[in-house]
Design a protein around this ligand. Structure first.
Ligand SMILES: [Zn+2]
Length: 116
């Protein structure tokens, strides 16, 4: 039987027993060491959208992250607050090109999350 630990900050499960979350760096014992802060509000969205798909991607020239979840994408700032969120049903492919990102051939503005 495998033992999964779920990160209290970013909700990513890991089956090994590391001290720190491999995605956000949070120490499982004392909660320190966060590289990426996730607010309560963002955590709820991440949970609803099936969890983080890949490690959050820092947006060039900012301290914000693009968080790719199984069924949507959101942008959070360094405090973990949501700047925008875009529900997309399934996101199995995402590319970032400076000022926009593409999901399955559809382009979205990285500043607003709106379709372009
Ligand atoms: Zn984490």
């Amino acid at each position: 039987m495998k033992n999964y630990i779920e990160c209290k900050n970013c909700l990513v499960p890991t089956e090994n027993s590391p001290v720190n979350c491999p995605v956000c760096g949070t120490n499982y014992n004392d909660g320190t060491g966060k590289r990426i802060h996730v607010s309560e509000e963002a955590r709820e969205v991440i949970y609803d959208w099936g969890g983080i798909y890949v490690e959050p991607i820092i947006i060039e020239g900012t301290t914000d992250y693009l968080v790719w979840c199984e069924s949507g994408v959101l942008r959070i700032n360094s405090e973990g607050e949501i700047l925008w969120k875009k529900f997309l049903a399934t996101v199995s492919n995402l590319e970032i090109n400076r000022d926009h990102f593409s999901v399955h051939g559809r382009n979205f503005d990285i500043e607003s999350g709106e379709s372009i």
